[in-house]
Every structure is written in C-alpha cells, then in structure tokens.
Write a protein that binds this ligand. Structure first.
Ligand SMILES: Nc1ncnc2c1ncn2[C@@H]1O[C@H](COP(=O)(O)OP(=O)(O)OP(=O)(O)O)[C@@H](O)[C@H]1O
Length: 328
C-alpha cells in the first residue's frame, strides 16, 4: 500500500475542512481526487505531503507515518503543486541541479538523472535556456521532472495543468503517462478537468470534507445511469412500434430521434439495427452516449465541474498576481 489513511481530519478553528477520511491507494495506481471548491482536497493533499499536521486520525505514506516519520515521507514523495516554484532566471538544467543539491542526490548520479528526466519530459533540447523563455506547458513539465529527481515512489500533483490550454494539457499528460508506464510510480492528483480524471485508475470525489464516492471512472459512470442510444429511421412511427414490442416497454422520442436506454449501448445499438433491418426499416443515423464523469460529479455534488474550472483559473491568476506584487 502506498497511501493508507484512517479517519484523517483537519480543522481550522470552527471549520472542519477534512472530516475523517479513509483512503487506500495501491502501488502503481494513478488516483484522482475531485471535488468542488472548498471540499478539502488541498488540505488533504497537504497533510499527506507533511505540509500540514492533521487534527486527528493518521496516514502512512510509502510505509512512513506522516507525523512521526515526516522526513522519510518527504524523501519518498515528489510534489508538483499549483504554485510555480521554478527559478525563472536559471536554465532548466540549473533548476534541476539546484534541487539535487537540496535533496543530497549523490554527485556521481546527478548528471545522468538530470539527462534522463529532461529526455523523459521532452526538454533535452532546451536544457541550457532560462526558464523565463519557456511556455506554461514546458514549465509544468520541468516541474514534473524536478519532482522526480530524487526517485520518489509517489508523485503528488495538485491541479498540475490548471490554466494551461487544452493542447498543452494533453502534452503534459502524455509525458506523465509515459512516466507512469516506465517507472511504476504511484500518482495521486487533484484536478478540475474531467478529461484528466479519465486517465485515473480510480477516483475519489470529495464534498464538504468527506469522500462521497470512490471507484473506477467506469464504475462511477455506471452508478449514475445507463447508456443512451439515439437513432433516426425512414419510418419513425413503425420503428417505435417495433422497438417497443421487442423491448416490451415504451420508448422515448426526442423530435425525430428514438431514444433507448441500456447497460451496454454499443451492443444495444447493434441489436436495434439488426431488428429494424429485419423489419425492412432503414436506419439513417445512430449514436451512443455514455454517462460522463461530469454527470457523476453533478449527481454527487449538485454542482457542475465547469464552474470549478473557472474558479480554479481565477485563483491561480490571483496567486500569480500576488507573487508579482511581492517581487516588486
Ligand atoms: N489555512 C486555512 N485557514 C482557514 N481555513 C482554511 C485554511 N485552508 C483551508 N481552509 C478552509 O478549509 C476548507 C477546505 O479548503 P481546501 O483548500 O482544502 O479545499 P479544496 O477542495 O482544495 O478547494 P479548491 O478546489 O478551491 O482548491 C475551506 O472551507 C477553506 O476555506
């Protein structure tokens, strides 16, 4: 087990941010942590990374207790958080070198490790360039490389791609997935993007400090509903009658489309086409729509994740602005 928590809790005065959560993440898993703003995700991840003490409960990361063995926990994990923390005036390579010194990476393996990681995140050609000349996605990839320099067993990513455009997000993810494949790393991440959550082996959805659902993306989607097959034919009335009598239940119509719900949309669509063709009814158009993780999120939290994305971007913008002010 890589992450094991028991009734992990944290309060800030009157506010109970995390209310006794139990999490068990296996080695090599990519585990997603979703939830509306203020659900308690950052508080949880900070406790797991030993940046914040729990009020009660316990957590063991890579075999080390977060309170009693915090230094060992830190050595065994890599962290990529929302706030960019690279030195803009140093080159990519210098940033990594600096991190090696902090973590006392053995001198004789430093250069090799830096080379390997720059290659892994596709930045070997830009190694000598100052980070301030990098795009947002390149910076985030460099942060991922830096988080892996000391060969952690678990990588924590807190909204690793917030504020990046969709193409850059895909590129960051392509590198993270390659890395997972080549190293067997455990990845624990928070995200507001549902397409990213789809990459996860399992997902926990948190709301008001509690875990309200935990399962594979597929199982979560099945929980909220069935697939919907929509089709149009050259003879709608007769098709409706045929399908209703075959299924022995009325079918729904949406304008010219006939809608049929079922567990396995692909198989249902194939069966419907067969049935209608046998009855000499021509099928013009078929689509299968599976429930999305967005549906799951709304079902469980009563809020759309799209609002959360906007909120997350705003927060990042505000943080960057306040960092700028501090520098000046
Ligand atoms: N340092 C703090 N002091 C007081 N309250 C805090 C502190 N940090 C978090 N909280 C409160 O704890 C609750 C959970 O916050 P947290 O940042 O963990 O949520 P989150 O799920 O990460 O939200 P977001 O998606 O907005 O980042 C919120 O009500 C927040 O206001």
């Amino acid at each position: 087990m890589t992450i094991d928590t028991e009734k992990l809790s944290r309060s800030f005065g009157e506010i109970q941010a995390v209310k006794g959560i139990d999490l068990h993440v296996e080695r090599g898993e990519t585990f997603g942590f979703l939830g509306p703003n203020g659900a308690g995700k950052s508080t949880t991840i900070k406790m797991l990374c030993t940046l914040l003490r729990p009020s009660s409960g316990r957590a063991v990361i890579n075999g080390f207790d977060i309170e009693r063995e915090a230094a060992n926990v830190r050595r065994s994990i890599g962290i990529v958080f929302q706030d960019p923390t690279l030195d803009e005036y140093l080159s990519a390579e210098q940033n990594l070198y600096y991190h090696c010194m902090i973590y006392h990476t053995p001198r004789n393996t430093r250069q090799q490790r830096i080379n390997d990681l720059l290659k892994l995140v596709g930045l070997e050609d830009r190694r000598k360039d100052p980070v301030k000349t990098f795009s947002g996605g390149m910076k985030r990839r460099l942060e991922v490389a830096r988080g892996l320099l000391h060969e952690p067993q678990t990588l924590f990513l807190d909204e690793p791609t917030v504020g990046l455009d969709p193409q850059t997000r895909r590129s960051v993810w392509a590198h993270v997935l390659r890395l997972r494949q080549s190293t067997g790393l455990t990845i624990f991440m928070t995200t507001h993007y549902m397409d990213e959550a789809e990459y996860c082996d399992r997902i926990a959805i948190m709301d008001h400090g509690r875990i309200v659902a935990l399962d594979t993306p597929e199982a979560l989607k099945r929980m909220v509903g069935q697939d919907v097959v929509r089709l149009t034919t050259n003879e709608t009335e007769r098709a409706v009658a045929e399908i209703s009598s075959w299924l022995n239940r009325p079918v729904r119509r949406e304008e010219e489309s006939i809608c049929v719900e079922g567990e396995d949309g692909q198989a249902l669509a194939a069966a419907l086409i067969r049935k209608l063709t046998l009855a000499d009814i021509e099928v013009n158009n078929v689509s299968v729509q599976a429930p999305t993780l967005e549906d799951v999120f709304v079902h469980l939290t009563g809020r759309a994740i799209r609002d959360e994305v906007a909120g997350a971007k705003e927060r990042l913008g505000a943080r960057l602005r306040s960092r700028g002010r501090l520098r000046r």
